[in-house]
Design a protein around this ligand. Structure first.
Ligand SMILES: [Zn+2]
Length: 128
């Protein structure tokens, strides 16, 4: 951190910049979104693109907000071989901000587990 924050992504916090630009990972269990049970939309914290719906969110027990599917075309993946593991990295298709990883051990119908950093998301509840 040089003290001057890049204006690229508007009003991101240093923690959001660390995760989304630096491919960081938030502390497990630290996101209030782990406990978010309302119906609504999860948007990219950097560019506001719609990424996930609450209907695909589930409790994976991992400590990170988890989804079994993303909105069509909302996210992209690429192979990540950091930390001695081969994982599939997930980022926002619009701004390329890092979101988390996807693992093939999720529930039906997709069998995918999108393990996402809560700080990379912005939850918008559906109107009542
Ligand atoms: Zn984005």
């Amino acid at each position: 951190m040089t003290g001057k924050t890049a204006p690229l992504c508007g009003t991101l916090t240093p923690e959001q910049i660390r995760v989304m630009h630096g491919h960081g990972t938030e502390r497990p269990g630290s996101s209030p979104l782990n406990f978010e049970k309302r119906t609504g939309l999860y948007r990219c914290a950097a560019c506001n693109a719609p990424l996930f719906r609450s209907e695909t969110k589930y409790e994976s027990g991992s400590g990170w907000p988890s989804y079994y599917d993303a909105l069509p075309g909302a996210v992209e993946t690429q192979t990540d071989t950091s930390h001695g593991m081969t994982r599939l990295e997930v980022h926002c298709a619009s701004c390329k901000g890092h979101l988390g990883h996807v693992f093939p051990d999720g529930p039906r119908p997709t069998g995918q587990r999108y393990c996402i950093n809560g700080v990379a998301l912005d939850f918008v509840p559906d109107p009542a």
